[in-house]
Design a protein around this ligand. Structure first.
Ligand code: 5RP
Length: 262
C-alpha cells in the first residue's frame, strides 16, 4: 500500500487496536434536517472528542465543525436524489481536489447493489477509486442503504464483496444476526457497520459487540449515537466495545453509569 494511503488509513483505524469508531453525520444529504441532527454543530461538537473520524458532507464540515478540531474526516462525495426520489440514482458530487483541500482522511460514497441504478453507482465507485488512488486517498463504499430490503447475509455478502472487488478500501454495511461472519470473511477489506434506525441502547451495544466479534473493524454509526438521550454516554460505551474489548453487558453498565453524568 502506498505511504499516503496507508497513513490516511491509520488516521481512521487506530494503530493500537486496528479498529475505529467513525461518527456518521451525513444523513442530511438526502434526508434534510434529520431528527436530532437539525442543528449539526450542536449535535456534533460534544461527540468530537470521542470519535476516531467524522463521516459527513463538505457543507456540514465547513459550516458546523471547527477547522481546528482534532479529528480526521471521511468526506461523503456522492449524492443526487433526496429522500423524495429514487435513492440509487447517485453520482459523484464532490471532487477529489475538494477532498484534498479539506484535508480528508478518506472519501465515502454509496453503492446500491440490486437497486435501480446499480450499474451507475458501481461504475461511480470504480472511477472514484481510480482517481483516489492517484492521491493516496482511501475510499469507503457504503452498501445496503435504501428503502426496505432483505438485509440478510447473502445480500450483504454480495454487496460488500462487489464493493471490495471494485477497489473500495473500506466497506460500510449493516449487521445481520445470522451469518455476519461470512459477510466479513468474503470481504477482503475492513468492514465497519452502520447502526441503522435507532433502537434501545442495550440492543445497539449488543449489535456492536456481535459485529466486532464476527470480525468487523469498527462502526460508522449515526442515529444510535446521536438520537440517544445520552449521546456522549453512548459513544463512550461503543468505544469501550471497539477499543477496550468490553462485552455488551459491560458496555451497557458503562452507558448507565455515564448517562448519570450527562
Ligand atoms: C446514509 C449513511 C449513514 O451515514 C449511515 O446510514 C450510518 O448511519 P446510521 O448509523 O444512522 O445508520 O451513509 O447513507
Amino acid at each position: 500500500m502506498d505511504w499516503g494511503l496507508k497513513n490516511r488509513m491509520s488516521r481512521v483505524f487506530k494503530s493500537k487496536t486496528g479498529r475505529t469508531v467513525m461518527l456518521a453525520v451525513d444523513h442530511g444529504y438526502f434526508q434534510g434536517p434529520t431528527t436530532r441532527l437539525e442543528n449539526p454543530r450542536k449535535t456534533i461538537t460534544p461527540l468530537v472528542p470521542y470519535a476516531d473520524s467524522l463521516m459527513l458532507t463538505r457543507g456540514t464540515l465547513r459550516n458546523c465543525v471547527d477547522a481546528v478540531a482534532d479529528v480526521p474526516v471521511v468526506l461523503r462525495v456522492s449524492g443526487g436524489p433526496s429522500i423524495l426520489k429514487e435513492l440509487s440514482n447517485e453520482e459523484i458530487t464532490t471532487s477529489m481536489k475538494e477532498a484534498l483541500r479539506l484535508n480528508s482522511a478518506g472519501v465515502g460514497m454509496s453503492v446500491f447493489v440490486g437497486g435501480e441504478h446499480e450499474k451507475q453507482t458501481l461504475v461511480n465507485l470504480g472511477h472514484l477509486v481510480n482517481e483516489a488512488e492517484e492521491f493516496g486517498m482511501p475510499v469507503l463504499a457504503i452498501t445496503a442503504v435504501g428503502k426496505e430490503m432483505e438485509r440478510d447475509s447473502r445480500y450483504l455478502g454480495l454487496a460488500c464483496r462487489i464493493a471490495a472487488e471494485y477497489g473500495a478500501h473500506i466497506v460500510k454495511t449493516y449487521y445481520c444476526k445470522e451469518g455476519f461472519g461470512k459477510v466479513v470473511d468474503g470481504c477482503p477489506v475492513p468492514i465497519v457497520i452502520a447502526g441503522g434506525k435507532k433502537i434501545e441502547e442495550k440492543g445497539a451495544l449488543e449489535m456492536s459487540y456481535n459485529a466486532i466479534q464476527a470480525g468487523a473493524k469498527g462502526v460508522d454509526m449515526g442515529r444510535n449515537i446521536w438520537q440517544s438521550d445520552h449521546p456522549v454516554a453512548m459513544i463512550k460505551a461503543v468505544r469501550a466495545i471497539v477499543h477496550d474489548n468490553y462485552t455488551a453487558k459491560e458496555a451497557n453498565e458503562l452507558f448507565e453509569k455515564e448517562k448519570k453524568r450527562s
